[in-house]
Structures are given as C-alpha cells and as structure tokens.
Design a protein around this ligand. Structure first.
Ligand code: NAD
Ligand code: UD1
Length: 343
C-alpha cells in the first residue's frame, strides 16, 4: 500500500518523503510545482537511495487524482499542497480559497470515490489567533485572523464534518508552530522565492550577504527582551510527527477518527535569541535594526505539547542550535537554492 504525499516537492513535504521512505513506506509524490522544483525529488532519491515516484498534477484536478489513487493503490494521503503566505492571502484571497479549500474538497471527493479514507493534514498554529493563554492547548478557541488562516480552519471543519458522517474515515490534523531547519545532509531545505516573509529565511539571507540587515518587527512587546517569541521546530522533528500520526491512524489506535494535535517544541524563543543562535551557528554577524511591529503579529506563541506526546508518542528532539546549524549547512551547500548547489 502506498502513501500519496501532496505537495511532496515542497519544503516540509520533501522532508516528509525522506522520513516515509526511510521508514519503509512506498510513496507517490503529487505536486504542481507552483512553489517547488523537481530537483528536490532528485535530492530525496540521493538521500534515501530510492527512486521517487512522482506525478505532476494539481489537487484541483479530481479526475487525475482518482486515476493516481487507483493506479498506485494508495491507502492514505499526507496533504501538504496549498498556498501558505499570509500577506499574499490578503491580496489574492480567492486564489487561497481555490487552492486550499476547493483543492482539499476535490482531494477528499477523489479519496471518497476511491475508498481511500485516511489523511494527515498540514494545519497551523495560526488557527488559534491571538492567544488567550499560553502555552496553547488544542482546545484553545480558534479564530482566524487572515484569509490563509481561514482556509486552514475551513478545511479543519470540513474534515471534522466528514469524519462525523462516517466512522471509517480517519484524519490527523497537525497544527504546526514555526518549522525551520533542513535535512542534516544539506541536500534539501527551504527554498523561498523573492524577499522572505519569515524570520529564519530572512536571517539566512543576511548571513550570506544577500540582504544588508534584518528588520526586527517590534521591540516593545511584553516579552523578556521586547521582541516576538515563537515556537521554532526542526523540520525533521516535524515530519517524524507525521510518520507517527500515519502509524496511529493506520493501526487504528487514534483517540478518535479526527484528532488535532500541536507540533511544536513547547519552547519559545525571541527574535533576538534567534539572531544570536544563528550567529553562533554561522559564525557571521547578523546586522539588524528595530522596526515597527508587523500587522497581525502576536507577542508570544508556543505550544503545549502534552497531547502530541500522549496521542503520537512523539516529542521534538532537536534544539535551536541544530535548527540553525542545519539551516546554515543547507544554505552554504545551495547558496541560491536548488539551482545553485555547490560541492
Ligand atoms: P511549500 O510551498 O514549500 O510546499 C507546498 C507544496 O505544494 C509546493 O511544492 C507547491 O508546489 C505545492 N502545491 C501548491 N498548490 C498545489 C496544488 N494546487 N496542487 C498541487 N500541488 C500544489 O510549503 P511548506 O512550507 O512545505 O508547507 C506545506 C504545508 O504546511 C502547507 O499546507 C502550509 O500551509 C503548511 N504549513 C506550513 C508552515 C510553514 O511555516 N512552512 C506552517 C504551518 C503550516
Ligand atoms: C508566520 C505567519 C503564520 C504562519 C507561520 C508559519 C504571519 C503574520 N504569520 O508566523 O500564519 O503559520 O508564519 O511559519 O505572517 N520577524 C522579524 N523580522 C522579519 C520576519 C519576522 O522581526 O523580517 C519576527 C516576527 O515579527 C515574529 C517572528 O519574527 O515575531 C517570527 O516571524 P515569522 O517567521 O514570519 O513567523 P510567524 O509570524 O510566527
């Protein structure tokens, strides 16, 4: 039986492919390459020594999805495909609803028609909105504050409704905190196009000289040094959580046929702590200046990890230094992303 990995050529998906292949699963990757390159698939093959079965397709193409699910005899889906930039989602919300919500609806419809009834879904801590208490537990109220977050919440609701309609479905909703880092081989990693929105890719581009300095958004938050605090998690730990979620669903040991768990470390680090950690890892100075707060940002956001431990028997293991070291290793080996590997 084969696991279909949608968005498997992307940042988190490519690391997930490695984890699943190394755990002995057969996989098929589906991606439309809207935010990825197929070079990542060659790298997955290089790391694992296994050929990667790949279908270039769009999750909104239901007929093609059905052909792929049947042809590869899929038993489960790990669903990463979607658009993910918060700022962009406020400019082109319909593209987000189409890709994320319509796309997931078509994927579920195809799965229903083919009798494939297990899915792991990439959700986000953004569904909690402004934290009312910390650390965030899974029963914290949800509230989306931008179109991207709303697409994640709508999809979560859709999965809960489908699960309630038929107990033979199984869904694992994984709410990611802030994924960073790269595979320790330096062969796969995050490959952002254009000016990065997120902290870690921006820091790496200051370290490698592409950007002059980092703007630290806000130094007057009620946090230990005034800058925003987040729960950064190594992407390798994150994808191991997916492997566990898949095993739990496949073995029938899930607490219900639709469960949601946080994937974070439970530790919060400030922007300045991230800067210092990256300086240690790269031996480069990260120049920065303080700038006004960014709209929509919260002061602090970090996970309660107890439920993930209980349900998945999983805990993040890699520390901040490993996150920074592996990111820097990836950037040094691929200075401008996949197209520019150096030996
Ligand atoms: P990514 O953009 O690197 O990966 C997404 C992949 O999906 C890309 O390879 C893209 O080409 C593909 N894709 C997009 N739309 C598609 C479509 N309609 N059909 C087929 N393929 C399509 O992003 P990522 O960081 O790896 O994120 C993966 C998932 O995790 C996304 O759903 C994202 O919302 C979610 N997530 C990411 C983060 C993060 O910080 N990276 C945090 C929380 C949640
Ligand atoms: C962002 C998204 C969130 C998504 C998450 C995935 C926004 C508002 N939120 O979260 O929905 O789930 O990515 O990883 O985009 N920072 C700087 N300077 C920068 C960039 C960031 O100071 O150039 C600060 C931010 O203010 C924040 C921290 O770094 O305090 C982390 O920012 P970022 O990496 O963008 O992640 P989030 O805002 O947590």
């Amino acid at each position: 039986m084969t696991v279909l990995i949608t968005g498997g050529a992307g940042y988190i998906g490519s690391h997930c492919c490695v984890a699943f292949l190394q755990a002995g699963h057969d996989i098929v990757v589906l991606d439309n390459l809207s935010n990825a390159t197929s070079i990542s698939l060659d790298r997955i093959a290089e790391i694992t020594g296994q050929k990667v079965v790949y279908e270039q397709a769009d999750i909104r193409d239901q007929a093609k999805l059905e052909t792929i699910l049947k042809q590869h005899r899929c038993s489960a889906v790990v669903h990463f495909a979607g658009l993910k930039a918060v700022g962009e989602s406020t400019k082109v919300p319909l593209a987000y609803y189409d890709n994320n919500v319509v796309g997931t609806h078509r994927l579920l419809s195809a799965m229903a028609n083919c009798g494939v009834k297990q899915m792991i879904f990439s959700s986000s801590a953004t569904v909690y909105g402004e934290p009312q208490f910390l650390p965030l537990t899974e029963d914290h109220p949800t509230r989306a504050v931008n179109p991207y977050g709303r697409t994640k919440l709508i999809i979560e609701d859709m999965l809960r409704d489908v699960a309630a309609s038929d107990p033979s479905w199984g869904f694992g909703i994984l709410r990611y905190f802030n994924p960073v880092g790269a595979h320790d081989s330096g062969l796969i990693g995050e490959n952002p196009l254009g000016i990065p929105n997120n902290l870690m890719p921006f820091i790496t581009q200051v370290a490698d000289g592409r950007r002059e300095q980092l703007s630290v958004f806000g130094n007057d938050y009620d946090t230990r040094d005034g800058t925003g605090v987040r729960d950064y998690i190594h992407v390798t730990d994150l994808v191991e959580g997916h492997l566990r979620a898949h095993e739990v669903l496949a073995s029938g040991s899930a607490p219900s046929n639709c469960f949601a768990v946080n994937l974070g470390t439970g530790n919060g680090y400030s922007v300045l702590e991230m800067v210092r950690a990256f300086e240690r890892a790269s031996n480069k100075e990260i120049r920065f200046s303080f700038a006004p707060r960014r709209d929509g940002d919260v002061a602090e956001c970090y996970a309660n990890t107890e439920l993930a431990h209980k349900v998945l028997n999983w805990k993040a293991e890699r520390d901040l230094d490993a996150m920074c070291r592996d990111t820097w290793n990836w950037v040094c080996k691929n200075p401008r992303g996949y197209e520019t590997a150096v030996d």
